[in-house]
Design a protein around this ligand. Structure first.
Ligand SMILES: [Zn+2]
Length: 126
């Protein structure tokens, strides 16, 4: 837990000052009178943390697991995943085969299976 610092004057003479509407702890700077709420979600997540998270996302690890390992909140992680997702091009640069090419490919596979089945039949019936 790091020491709370006043966002206005950087004083560390802070006292608790009740709670705000959403239940978060309110604080009051004894030096300048500024009231503020410490929001842990707003802490800066470093680029190296983000790089690590991006790597972890490629593994089959749950978001909850990544959040624990990288020490970020699941809410932040969800937002980050959405951000990464939105940054991807819509087509992912994938070149889809034409319908004709796909049909030719499937026909070939079909023929292969038919051939295998015929061979098996022949073996069974001697
Ligand atoms: Zn202050």
């Amino acid at each position: 837990m790091t020491e709370t610092v006043c966002p206005a004057c950087s004083s560390t003479h802070i006292k608790l000052n009740g709670h705000i509407h959403n239940g978060k702890q309110n604080r009051l700077c004894k030096d300048c009178g500024r009231q503020f709420v410490v929001d842990r979600e707003k802490r800066l997540i470093s680029d190296s943390d983000k790089a690590l998270i991006a790597k972890l996302l490629l593994e089959k690890i749950s978001l909850a697991g990544i959040a624990r390992v990288a020490d970020v909140s699941q809410v932040w992680l969800q937002g980050y995943v959405s951000e990464l997702y939105a940054a991807q091009p819509d087509d992912l640069h994938v070149l889809l085969p034409t319908k004709e090419a796909m049909e030719a490919y499937l026909e070939d596979r079909f023929d292969e299976h038919v051939y295998k089945i015929e061979a098996l039949k022949k073996r069974c019936t001697g």
